[in-house]
Write a protein of this length. Structure first.
Length: 342
């Protein structure tokens, strides 16, 4: 226990110092308005990729959960919301089917499986088997006794990127890798003011510390909330081969990645859909100078004004579509409009 406490303290110090450093850098480089509010920024989120090893433990479980959540966000913001908007706006549209990993996220976040009453790895596995026996994305030796690829201390999650077999050894210990309150109090009495600042004492410190998985889940939910409020753009990285060899392109490996990342469905939606959409009134306000009929002020029906501008710049019925509240335009034609503005 002493060694475990020592290691936890070292990791906590590293984490707090790292977060302090990031916060300090952000505070120094951010450009703020006169009232102190931050201006618009472009942020880069670089995440670790999906992990499937010969031996997969608690670390891989949390990393793969992170990837599941971000894949779910990708689905919600690109495939699902895109098609829902067309349907809501009354745009003629043939839905593109795609795999939704929401059930996998729900499986991992199953409250009943967070921490068993008995604090042992096998008790945790028993809890999983009891609660997830009928889940299509979960498997174990207890659930499928004929499955010889797993031992009795293993379980399988059918992730969106592939099946992963996890070994429960060390799950509970790593999940409870928390700093004791008295150690935190000791750090607060340090002669170093910087150390004291990193370990403030308040009523929250007296509460039972959250498990690592709960902290990670809360952190992921906050990240998803943050990303949802922004306008994310995606860079998908494809591994050319599994051996990190230069000049080697594994066709099947790359195709499989394109499939499970939902890139094929996304391309279908993008090619069949519209890259630009804007509410009628905002579109008129932006492009009204392109037509004598709408400049300087358009007093008529917004939809009619939008159509006048579209026809003025030479758009055909194949180039754009009018929904209930928005105009939808395909990419090449949007470039033409912006050139006319210039």
């Amino acid at each position: 226990k002493a060694v475990s406490c020592q290691d936890t303290l070292a990791k906590t110090l590293y984490e707090k110092l790292f977060l302090w450093l990031v916060s300090r850098i952000n505070d120094k480089i951010i450009h703020k308005e006169d009232d102190g509010s931050p201006k618009y920024v472009i942020g880069v989120l670089d995440i670790y990729g999906f992990e499937i090893f010969n031996q997969n433990g608690f670390e891989q479980f949390t990393i793969n959960y992170c990837n599941e959540k971000l894949q779910q966000l990708f689905i919600e913001l690109t495939l699902k919301s895109e098609q829902e908007e067309y349907n809501n706006e009354g745009i003629e549209w043939e839905n593109v089917d795609y795999f939704n990993n929401k059930d996998i996220c729900n499986l991992i976040e199953n409250v009943k499986c967070r921490r068993p009453g008995e604090k042992s790895d096998l008790a945790f596995l028993d809890k999983l088997n009891t609660n997830l026996m009928n889940n299509n994305y979960y498997d174990s030796r207890v659930k499928t006794r004929t499955n010889k690829e797993m031992d009795m201390n293993m379980f399988k999650i059918k992730h969106f990127a592939g099946d992963v077999i996890y070994t429960v050894n060390g799950f509970i210990e790593k999940n409870n890798d928390l700093l004791y309150n008295d150690v935190s109090y000791m750090m607060n009495t340090s002669s170093n003011p910087f150390i004291r600042e990193m370990f403030p004492q308040n009523m929250d410190n007296l509460k039972t510390p959250e498990t690592i998985s709960t902290q990670f889940k809360n952190s992921m939910n906050q990240l998803i909330k943050n990303l949802t409020s922004k306008t994310p753009h995606y860079i998908r990285c494809i591994k050319p081969n599994n051996n990190k060899e230069p000049g080697v392109f594994d066709d099947n490996l790359c195709l499989n990645q394109c499939k499970y990342l939902g890139l094929l469905e996304n391309i279908k939606v993008r090619r069949a859909g519209y890259c630009y959409r804007k509410e009628f009134k905002k579109f008129i306000e932006r492009f009204k100078l392109l037509s004598r009929d709408t400049w300087p002020h358009w007093r008529g029906d917004p939809e009619e004004g939008v159509e006048i501008i579209a026809r003025e710049v030479g758009l055909t019925s194949d180039d754009f579509c009018l929904g209930k509240t928005k105009i939808f335009i395909k990419k090449p034609q949007m470039v033409k409009i912006k050139k006319n503005i210039k």
